[in-house]
Structures are given as structure tokens and as C-alpha cells.
Design a binder for this molecule. Structure first.
Ligand SMILES: O=C(O)CCC(=O)C(=O)O
Ligand SMILES: [Fe+2]
Length: 195
């Protein structure tokens, strides 16, 4: 596991965008997909908003994904496997990079066919507890839906394949999700620092 964590951290340090394949196993990915499908059928997924907590706009021109927050209290074995993995990663990140992460939040995300998320920044420095953005992709099959990351010297497209994780500083990099031509599933989250 440490090798995978280090690849994510090293690619982040080298290029400001960390990526690694097989951050989670294909088996865990498939089980998390099943969870999203059950949430979808049970009508539990919420329309995602933009902006801060005081003012959440459900602006379908900006983003059209649907979300559901993970929680250990759900007592779902796969959700807890995911949290266990994240706890190990955060411990490793804090001890190897003094990152000072004190918490996190993660939601399941479903982009239905035709959905997208326009160019944005995940956090503005003023109210910043979201230090790092992290996405773990779950799709066995991908068609469209790349994550496009903008840097000064151009942009980079990342294909959202099952097991892959992406990691970058939330205040630093603008990015967007291109239109997906298949349902696109992921876990999206933020590693937080104390305010
Ligand atoms: O799913 C992705 O690739 C990125 C999602 C994203 O940018 C966000 O939820 O803020
Ligand atoms: Fe984002």
C-alpha cells in the first residue's frame, strides 16, 4: 500500500497533480458501485450544489452530478473499508509530508449520461479548511467524462477509470469534468486542515 501512496504523493509533488492506478482494488470499486446503484434506486442521491454552506446554488448549468455523503455510522462494510484505507493514507501523508490533515469528508458521486461539472476551484483561500481534493474513480467502462486540470502551461485530461485516484491542492488548480457519455461514478472528497 505504501508504494501506491508514495506514487500518489510523488506525482503530486512533481506535477501538482497526483495520480495513481489501483488506489482501491477492483473488488472494492465494484462494491462501491453497487452502493451507488442502491442509493440511486432508493432515491437517496441529492442534486449537488455549488458555493459555500450558507449559499448553495443548485445550478445545473455549472454541475449536474448527484451526491451522497459517506459516513461510518452507515455500518456499510465497503464504505468502512474505504474509510480504513483513507485513515491509513492520511496517517502516511501526515507522517511523510507533515501535511497536518485533521479530518476529511467524502461523498459518492454519480454523473448520469450527459452530466458535467464546469471549470471551477474547489476552495477559495478565505474560508479554507479544504486543503486537498481527492477523487477515487469507480467506472469499469469509461466514455467521456475526463477530469480536465488546468495549469499555467496547459491542461491535462485524466480518464476516470476504476481504482484510479487523483490528488491535488484544493486552492490551487482549476479543473472541470467533461461531459460523460456513460454513467460516471466516483468518490469525491477533501482532506481538511484545522481553521
Ligand atoms: O470527479 C472529478 O473528476 C472531479 C469532481 C470535482 O471537481 C468536484 O466534485 O469538485
Ligand atoms: Fe472540483
Amino acid at each position: 500500500m505504501e508504494i501506491i501512496f508514495d506514487e500518489l504523493i510523488d506525482t503530486y509533488l512533481a506535477t501538482r497533480v497526483g495520480t495513481v492506478k489501483n488506489f482501491i482494488t477492483q473488488a472494492l470499486s465494484a462494491n462501491l458501485v453497487n452502493n451507488i446503484n442502491a442509493l440511486y434506486v432508493g432515491n437517496k442521491l441529492l442534486t449537488a450544489g455549488t458555493g459555500n454552506n450558507q449559499l448553495v446554488n443548485h445550478d445545473k448549468l455549472v454541475r449536474s452530478d448527484k451526491i451522497y455523503w459517506l459516513d461510518r455510522d452507515h455500518n456499510n462494510v465497503y464504505e468502512n473499508d474505504f474509510f480504513d484505507l483513507m485513515d491509513t493514507f492520511v496517517t502516511h501523508l501526515n507522517s511523510s509530508c507533515y501535511a497536518g490533515i485533521t479530518g476529511y469528508e467524502f461523498h459518492y458521486t454519480l454523473y448520469e449520461k450527459g452530466s458535467f461539472y464546469k471549470r471551477h476551484l474547489d476552495n477559495f483561500k478565505q474560508n479554507g479548511t479544504r486543503a486537498f481534493s481527492m477523487i477515487i474513480y469507480l467506472n469499469a467502462e469509461v466514455n467521456g467524462g475526463a477530469l480536465r486540470i488546468y495549469q499555467e502551461n496547459g491542461s491535462q485530461d485524466i480518464s476516470p477509470n476504476a481504482g484510479k485516484s487523483v490528488f491535488f491542492k484544493s486552492t490551487e488548480l482549476e479543473h472541470e469534468v467533461l461531459v460523460t457519455h456513460l454513467p460516471r461514478m466516483s468518490i469525491t472528497g477533501w482532506l481538511k486542515i484545522a481553521n
